[in-house]
Structure formats: structure tokens, C-alpha cells
Design a protein around this ligand. Structure first.
Ligand code: 5AD
Ligand code: SF4
Length: 450
């Protein structure tokens, strides 16, 4: 019998990308092959994010679209995973009766078994696991996370991701993550280091440590190192490049700032979500820092590491955000000069405190603010990229360019994408490239002498 084909469709954050990578590995080990085609798949799985309302709605549209495929292929299994599954649980099976499987993020490893059971049954079995109030990864679950379960790779195995902690205790008023992913729980440092070593042996050169709130790593778990100590341990494994995401600006001790520019593998790029430039909005969001303390942190980081590239997340139209508050956000973007920004219109999420706040900003106004902000940031990003022209950057070569013949594509240490002429044997190597041209989303250069 030909191997069954699975099509995994991922929406949302790094965590979901990571979970999908894990699922692909688990399914491959169970004899499945992966496909990008929904039409030929025997199993279609939507791995979803519900951090913003738009993502959750998008999921339902997608699920509705594949419904018709079931008529052509009665054995087709359609599943939903990730945070939407955790949040909606069995309600999804009731609302969408053509769904076969709803699996919360902590139950991902059970999918191959569930699929076997579903395909073995002649009648259509249906399954839902992982709904309810449990944290996404229970302690037993963490213990179960075997050596092969806690990581994923990209770019032909050159770029690796290792989850070091899950969950969040911060309860920002707009955010659904603490309800869906549960309280913070860190993985043992020994486990993490073993996994990093395994990834290095398999060819990973650029490693990102993942967690909803990595700076809180180890806090409250006796015997584990602090986050800066963990970074030093990971750096000592010999990894070429090291990054982490996501960081909360309120938990950025001087020991962590000091590692930028001094801990060799730690790259000159940092995602530091600010959310708003207005003190009033930051207070209502319960972010704990102020505009000034955030700007001081940025100054300290840049003093320590002058070439640091910074990216951020912004929410526009938080309940009660006035035009003046919004202007404070615009001026913060001008002051910091981010290399890139991810921006979102505020949306009410279930269970969050802000869902009950008054003074909601009209949709139209949110749209206007978002467009304005994105246009402004586009110019800033371009200027930031243009500042690299003439510089020589160390580029880890990932692949041949999808667009141009004889061109290679790689990333600089600050994670910027760069294209340059070269032959494929350079893939996997780190080479110096002189930047000649800058665009909005990437750079172009030529190979430079060492
Ligand atoms: N509405 C809009 N954006 C949100 N984010 C999180 N929750 C919401 C919400 N309710 C954004 C934040 C966060 C990013 C991952 O998603 O900017 O940093
Ligand atoms: Fe959500 Fe705030 Fe936790 Fe980030 S720090 S995951 S925004 S609650």
C-alpha cells in the first residue's frame, strides 16, 4: 500500500511552526509522507493560533473550504490543533461536524496513534483531546518529552529551534496565552544542552531558544540556571549562532544586557515587543514597564552592542487608545528605529481582562492607525537596511535563490536576508558578503575577501 499523505497547514507563531515540525517528524516516523497538496492528502491538519481574533476566524474559513474534499475522498481525515483547539475543544466538533480530530498542543504526540485508530475504524471515529483548563504542557508531559521531541529545524537543517520553556505568568490584559498555554514551566538545562549538542551534530549552525517568555527561564524552579546562565551554557556547546525569542522588556536584567556583544555566538538581533509607546496604554495593558524604562533598556543594549538590530510588536487601537496615545507610539518608532515591526489591530480575546474594557476603538479607526504605522515603519526599515550598504556581513548560506539563477540566499547575524552570486557548494558555510543594495525585505551583495 502506498504511504498515506499528510498535509500540515500552520498559522501563527514560532511555537506553532515548531509544533508542526515536531508533528511532521512524528508522522514520518509512523510511515506517513508529507505533502503540500490538500487535494491529494489523506490527512489535513490545521495547526492554529488564536492569539488574535483574525487568526481564529481564518481557521474556520479554511476548515470550511476543505470540507468539500471529503465528498471526493470519504476516508479523508481533517484535524485541528494548536491554541484554537485548546480553546474551543469539543465545541469545534459540534460546530464543524465534518472535523475528525481536535487536539490541543500538549497532545500532539498522540496524533499518529489517533490516526491509526481513525483509519482502522470503518465507521467514522471522532476524537477530541486537550480541551479544558489544563496547562498546555503538564509536568509529566515535559518529562515525557524525549530527546527527539523538543526541537525542529529549517533551511535544510541549518537553522534549529529548541523550546526551553512554555506558558506565561504575565497576564497582559489583552493576551490569551496564559489561559491557553498555562503557567510558566521550564525545561531542565541538562535536557536542553543535550538537545543542542544533538542538533549541532546534525549540522545546525543557527539556533533559537524558544518560549513565550524566555527571560523568565528557570525562575521558581530550584536547581535550574537563570536565563543568562543558560545562554552561557548553550554558547559553550560550540554553537555558531545563538538567538532567543520572545523576551518581555520588564525582565531584562543587566546580566542579560551584558551578554550582547560579549557572548560570541549571541547574535546582534533581538525581538523586544513594546506593544505601545503610551504610558497610559502600557499601564492598561499591564505591561509593567514605562516608555522611559523601555527606551533606557534600548539605550543600554545599544551601548553594549552598537550594531544591534531590533524588532518589535505593536498593538493599535487598544481600548481607550486616544489619538495622542497613538502619536506616542508613532514617535516611539521614530525614536527607537526598529529594523522591522509586526503590528496588529487590537481584538478582544476570550477570558482576557481587556475584552471587558470600555471605550473600544472603532474598527475603521484601528485600520487607519495600522496603515499609518506600517507606512511609517516601511521607511524606517528601508533606511535601516540602506545603512548596511558598504558593510561586510557574515552570511550563513542557506540555499540557492528561488528567484535568480546562480544566486544564493543566506542570513546575516542580525537575521537579515541577503542574496549574492555564488555556487551551491557554499551552502552551509558562513562567508563574508559586501552589501551593495538594500530593499524593504532583503539585501543584495557580493562575496567579499576574508
Ligand atoms: N489583539 C491584537 N494583538 C494581540 N497580540 C496578542 N494579543 C492580541 C490581541 N488581543 C499581539 C501582541 C503580541 C503578538 C504575538 O500578538 O503584539 O506580541
Ligand atoms: Fe501574552 Fe503578555 Fe505573556 Fe506575552 S508576556 S505571552 S503578551 S501575557
Amino acid at each position: 500500500m502506498a504511504p498515506k499523505k499528510a498535509c500540515l497547514i500552520t498559522f501563527g507563531c514560532q511555537m506553532n511552526e515548531y509544533d508542526s515540525g515536531r508533528l511532521a517528524d512524528l508522522l514520518t516516523a509512523a510511515g506517513w509522507t508529507m505533502t503540500d497538496s490538500r487535494d491529494t492528502a489523506d490527512f489535513i491538519f490545521f495547526n492554529t493560533c488564536s492569539i488574535r481574533e483574525k487568526a481564529a476566524q481564518r481557521l474556520l474559513n479554511h476548515v470550511e473550504q476543505v470540507r468539500s474534499l471529503k465528498k471526493k475522498k470519504p476516508g479523508l481525515i481533517i484535524g485541528v490543533g494548536g491554541c484554537v483547539a485548546e480553546q474551543e475543544g469539543e465545541k469545534l466538533l459540534t460546530d464543524a461536524p465534518w472535523l475528525d480530530l481536535v487536539v490541543g498542543p500538549q497532545h500532539l504526540p498522540t496524533i499518529p496513534d489517533l490516526l491509526e485508530k481513525l483509519t482502522a475504524k470503518t465507521e467514522t471515529g471522532r476524537a477530541a483531546t486537550g480541551s479544558g483548563r489544563r496547562p498546555a504542557w503538564s509536568r509529566e508531559n515535559l518529562a515525557e518529552l524525549g530527546r527527539d521531541d523538543g526541537s525542529r529545524t529549517e533551511a535544510g537543517g541549518l537553522i534549529g529551534f529548541v523550546t526551553i520553556m512554555q506558558g506565561c505568568n504575565n497576564y497582559c490584559t489583552y493576551c490569551v496565552v496564559p489561559y491557553l498555554r498555562g503557567p510558566e514551566l521550564s525545561r531542565g538545562a541538562g535536557d536542553i544542552i543535550d538537545e543542542v549538542k544533538r542538533l549541532i551534530d546534525n549540522g545546525v549552525k543557527d539556533l533559537t531558544l524558544l518560549g513565550q517568555n524566555v527571560n523568565s527561564y528557570g525562575l521558581g524552579q530550584s536547581g535550574e540556571p537563570t536565563f543568562p546562565e543558560l545562554l552561557e551554557k548553550v554558547a559553550a556547546t560550540g554553537i555558531e549562532r545563538l538567538r532567543f525569542t520572545t523576551s518581555h522588556p520588564k525582565d531584562f536584567p543587566p546580566e542579560l544586557v551584558r551578554l550582547f556583544g560579549s557572548l560570541g555566538p549571541l547574535c546582534e538581533g533581538l525581538h523586544l515587543p513594546v506593544q505601545s509607546g503610551s504610558d497610559k496604554v502600557l499601564k492598561d495593558m499591564r505591561r509593567v514597564y514605562t516608555r522611559d524604562s523601555y527606551l533606557r533598556l534600548v539605550d543600554d543594549l545599544r551601548t553594549q552592542c552598537p550594531g544591534l538590530s531590533l524588532t518589535t510588536d505593536i498593538i493599535v487601537g487598544f481600548p481607550g487608545e486616544t489619538e495622542k496615545d497613538f502619536e506616542d507610539t508613532v514617535s516611539l518608532l521614530d525614536t527607537v528605529g526598529y529594523d522591522a515591526m509586526f503590528s496588529f489591530k487590537y481584538s478582544d480575546r476570550p477570558q482576557t481582562r481587556s475584552a471587558a474594557f470600555e471605550n473600544k476603538v472603532p474598527e475603521e479607526e484601528k485600520g487607519r492607525r495600522l496603515t499609518y504605522l506600517q507606512t511609517r515603519q516601511k521607511d524606517i526599515t528601508l533606511a535601516k537596511n540602506a545603512a548596511h550598504v558598504g558593510q561586510v556581513l557574515e552570511v550563513l548560506v542557506e540555499r540557492e535563490s528561488d528567484r535568480y539563477e546562480n544566486q544564493l540566499t543566506g542570513r546575516a547575524r542580525n537575521f537579515k536576508l541577503i542574496h549574492f552570486d555564488g555556487s551551491p557548494e557554499l551552502i552551509g558555510r558562513t562567508v563574508p558578503v559586501r552589501v551593495e543594495e538594500a530593499w524593504g525585505a532583503s539585501l543584495r551583495g557580493v562575496r567579499a575577501e576574508k
